[in-house]
Design a protein around this ligand. Structure first.
Ligand SMILES: Nc1ncnc2c1ncn2[C@@H]1O[C@H](COP(=O)(O)OP(=O)(O)OP(=O)(O)O)[C@@H](O)[C@H]1O
Length: 527
């Protein structure tokens, strides 16, 4: 790859100015042996591994908050600390030093309790509670009030770590399970950092892969900003086509890549003063279909001090490598194990034999216990329409959502499902990512997912925010070669797998889209 400039070409990384940091990143792989995961270190190790330099740095910076910002994975090992540093360290008051190590221990324990794994230099302490937003960072009362009104008592693990990282002005790339509150993890610090009342520029951009997710993110952001005069705009079709952006006050702009690119090119939308750029579902945004627009948007956010952040429940190594090499002094945050399904979803495999078998299995599940709302995934819009037609013949309130619908029809499908007017929603992967259907009990993969990431995101529509959920995956002969891969994900997230599946070889699982027979199979009861 011609480094990665095609994507982050707009990034003005001054290699001379940041020579030291650049060296750190360049040497990241070699330095990996030094990477310390605080989750697993005891007191002695902390003492040995901590870069003494960071104590000094912190004192110089005059950090007043109760957090510790002093642990560098890139620091030299204790034995390599040079003489000057040791001399400096001698000046450290013993009580201050002791408190520093105590804080490190507290951080390590908190991270261990919440399965937070970090790498990066001087990573700020995770949050003990939302109250710390006010004691450590001077958060305005309105935000704490809104959090309480939304019923958020404790920060989720990703919120505990990502919020302090972003508030300390650091870039980050983060991977945390589906339904674990990543939206709040990036919106909360943006609201805290943005001074409101500046109406002349877009100051934060959130990119989402689908319109539905963009709309949901805009709605959730507005709830959090309630009571403050923030301008939070969703890039609708009309806005992207006809707005005079110099006259549209906009603090946070939430958009899909295509619409944003269009507005920049055709409506002269100026993003040169954007302070925060969020790439939500970042791994999908880095896929081929979006690459050109993402590159364009990243270039347009040309403010050298823009803070970029990547969030997803799946973060392939390729995306990580890209982020690690190109973001400046970024912190990597992983909650739990990377690329695993949410442990709160009970997963099950069902052999359906054939297309006809799938439909019969579905009817049987519904006959035994239809516990709406239920989301069913199929692999194409034709199949979504077909299955919807088949189920519409029953007394089940069913609808379908796919990319062949008008924007308003898609909105209606989502709204009706949320309102309980639709019991069963049949969908393509257009709603597989990010969508938060509160109270969704069950996801059925009518068609086997095309990749591991698709599986993790699809089933992650259930079992959100600590609730239990269920996922059933139908398979036929054509899907058998991929069963083992799926079984691994199931096992890692605590679900049971039949032992024979584990004896199958693993296959390369990317874009498994076999040609499937028609869903239509005539009357199921033979009448
Ligand atoms: N601190 C919290 N306490 C309780 N619930 C929370 C908290 N933060 C967020 N939530 C709720 O958790 C649910 C999932 O949040 P969100 O949609 O941000 O998840 P996500 O991690 O982005 O998921 P996905 O990977 O599927 O996009 C939402 O209903 C949200 O309101």
């Amino acid at each position: 790859m011609e480094d990665t400039s095609f994507l982050f070409a707009g990034l003005k990384f001054d290699k001379k100015k940041f020579a030291k940091d650049f060296q750190k990143f360049k040497g990241y792989k070699e330095n990996k042996a030094l990477e310390v995961d605080l989750d697993f270190v005891d007191d002695a190790k902390i003492e040995a591994e901590v870069g003494k330099k960071s104590i000094r740095k912190r004192r110089r910076k005059g950090t007043t908050e109760g957090s510790v910002e002093g642990f560098s994975v890139f620091n030299k090992s204790a034995s390599a600390v040079n003489e000057t540093e040791l001399n400096d360290e001698e000046e450290e008051k013993p009580s201050e030093k002791k408190e520093f190590f105590r804080q490190l221990q507290r951080d390590a324990l908190l991270r261990k309790d919440h399965k937070i794994h970090i790498s990066g230099s001087n990573v700020p302490s995770p949050l003990q509670s939302f109250q710390e937003l006010s004691t450590r960072y001077g958060c305005k009362p309105y935000l704490l009030r809104n959090l309480a009104e939304l019923g958020y008592k404790e920060p989720t693990p990703i919120q505990r770590q990502a919020i302090p990282v972003l508030l300390s002005g650091r870039e980050c790339f983060a991977c945390a399970p589906t339904g674990s509150g990543k939206t709040l993890a990036f919106i909360c610090p943006i609201l805290m950092k943005l001074k409101h009342g500046l109406k002349d520029r877009v100051r934060a951009v959130v990119l989402c892969p689908t319109r539905e997710l963009a709309a949901q993110t805009a709605r959730e952001s507005k709830k959090l900003a309630q009571g403050k005069n923030f301008y939070i705009n969703l890039m609708t079709k009309e806005l992207s086509r006809s707005a005079d952006f110099s006259k549209v006050p906009c603090d946070i702009l939430i958009s899909t890549p295509l619409r944003l690119e269009f507005a920049i090119r055709k409506r002269k939308l100026d993003l040169s003063r954007v302070e925060f750029l969020v790439l939500d579902e970042s791994d999908q945004l880095f896929e081929l279909g979006f690459m050109k627009q993402i590159d364009f948007v990243v270039k347009a956010c040309s403010n050298p001090s823009v803070i970029r952040m990547l969030f997803s429940a799946t973060l392939p190594d390729t995306v990580e490598d890209l982020a690690r090499t190109l973001m400046h002094d970024a912190v990597r945050i992983i909650v739990g194990r990377k690329n695993t399904a949410s442990p709160s979803v009970k997963q099950k495999l069902v052999f359906a034999g054939s297309e006809e078998g799938k439909f019969l299995a579905l009817r049987q599940i519904f006959a035994e216990s239809l516990n709406p709302p239920v989301l069913i995934f199929v692999h194409s819009m034709e199949r979504a329409k077909e299955l919807c037609r088949e189920l519409a013949c029953t007394d089940i309130k069913v609808d379908a959502i796919h990319s062949d619908l008008q924007e308003a029809q898609r909105e209606n499908a989502v709204d009706n499902f949320r309102a309980g007017k639709t019991w069963v929603l049949i969908a393509t992967d257009v709603v597989a990512r990010g969508m938060d259907f509160k109270g969704l009990n069950c996801v059925i993969n009518y068609d086997f997912p095309e990749s591991a990431a698709a599986y993790i995101h699809r089933i992650g529509r259930a079992g959100r925010a600590g609730r239990e959920g269920e996922a059933i995956t139908f398979y036929t002969e054509v899907d058998v070669p991929y069963l083992r891969n799926l079984a691994n994900i199931m096992l890692e997230s605590g679900s049971e797998v039949p032992s024979w599946v584990m004896s199958k070889p693993k296959a390369k699982w990317k874009k498994h889209r076999p040609v499937r027979n028609s869903i239509f199979c005539g009357p199921a009861d033979g009448k």
